[in-house]
Design a binder for this molecule. Structure first.
Ligand code: HEC
Ligand code: HEC
Length: 293
């Protein structure tokens, strides 16, 4: 009697486990009219379970066993928010942008580059969407307009002008230092203010050189990076930066700049931010910082 009961438990467990392996029975139409088969979702689940679950969690809530103590928490997929998309933040991103974060990782975080096969990448992306069906399911859901970086008005030949202009846009019309830190002294700041037709100031705001933490929809405060000190997670070159600035960072205070400032201004700021990133860990950074004392 005892033996058969044990046997029954084993059989039941096998059946239950088997069912879990084939969790999805129905095909789904995702945002953007993407047809995804149950087979793809089941395959995506197996990829996720093997590689992603330790951080992103069984339920996709970002609370996996390896997530404790990570400075940037793993994304909670239940919220349906993607930070580093290729559409204006707030709109639904294309799979390409998610695939890029998988392929290249998010620099400076625990999210490393993954060397997955294309089929694995696609399946796991579709699977993580199932944690937020409200966001992603339904053929009526549209993806945002894809932002591409193919109209650089400067190019290498006019890099210096781009950086100069970017510095003005950053501290002037865009006021990036209202969240990020500033990188000019009082005299330079006043020159910038005058050039955009504003009044000079007698002193800089007391938090001008400080990072201002920002609330987010992700459930934690996010940090606008100091480009000469922190890693920029989703962008390494001017083109990447153009896309990040135009698109913003989903669910955070970092706005989509496309349509708010001119396109050539976004390019100029991208060159300027890149120039700040380049002095990270070099004597030039020390030199720049010494001018603000
Ligand atoms: C070692 C922990 C770890 C593992 C393993 C891991 N991630 Fe992440 N992942 C993170 C962290 C941390 C972030 C958040 C970084 C941030 O907010 O800047 C993240 C962010 C993401 C994002 C959000 C990108 C965005 O633009 O919002 C996606 C998508 C993602 N991970 C997918 C995956 C997939 C798929 C796997 C498995 C192939 C995986 N991750 C494995 C830690 C991990
Ligand atoms: C209202 C506040 C705010 C303003 C204004 C703002 N940012 Fe941000 N920015 C943020 C926050 C918050 C983050 C970090 C979001 C996150 O990744 O969690 C960020 C992130 C970034 C990133 C890094 C993205 C990455 O891949 O890690 C760049 C680059 C950036 N901002 C550039 C700019 C520039 C240039 C301007 C001005 C044109 C600007 N920001 C204006 C709040 C702001």
């Amino acid at each position: 009697m005892k033996v058969s009961l044990n046997l029954m438990i084993v059989v039941l467990a096998t059946i239950t486990f088997g069912c879990k392996e084939n969790h999805f029975k129905k095909d789904v139409v995702m945002a953007g009219g993407k047809y995804v088969s149950a087979e793809t979702l089941n395959y995506g689940k197996s990829v996720y379970t093997e590689y992603c679950m330790p951080c992103h969690g069984v339920n996709g809530d970002g609370n996996g066993v390896a997530a404790k103590g990570l400075a940037a928490p793993p994304r909670n997929f239940k919220l349906g928010l993607i930070k580093f998309g290729d559409v204006a933040s707030g709109e639904l991103t294309h799979d390409d942008a998610i695939a890029r974060s998988l392929r290249e990782g998010l620099k400076g975080t625990a999210m490393l580059p993954w060397d997955l096969k294309e089929k694995q990448t696609d399946a796991v992306i579709q699977y993580i969407k199932t944690f937020s069906p409200k966001t992603w399911f339904g053929k009526d859901k549209e993806l945002g307009e894809k932002i591409v970086a193919n109209n650089d008005p400067y190019g290498l030949a006019r890099k210096t002008q781009a950086i100069e202009k970017g510095k003005k846009v950053y501290h002037g019309v865009a006021n990036c230092q209202s969240c990020h830190r500033g990188y000019v002294n009082l005299q330079e700041f006043n020159q910038i203010l005058v050039s955009v037709g504003e009044d000079k100031v007698n002193e800089l705001d007391e938090d001008f050189y400080k990072i201002k933490m920002q609330d987010s929809d992700h459930g934690y405060a996010t940090m606008p990076p100091d480009f000469t000190w922190h890693e920029v997670r989703s962008a390494q070159n001017v083109q990447d930066l153009y896309i990040r600035l135009a698109a913003g960072v989903g669910g955070t205070g970092m706005p989509a700049w496309k349509g708010t400032i001119e396109d050539d201004e976004i390019w100029a700021v991208a060159y300027y931010v890149k120039s700040l990133m380049e002095i990270k860990d070099t004597p030039s950074r020390k030199e720049l910082m010494s001018r603000f004392k």
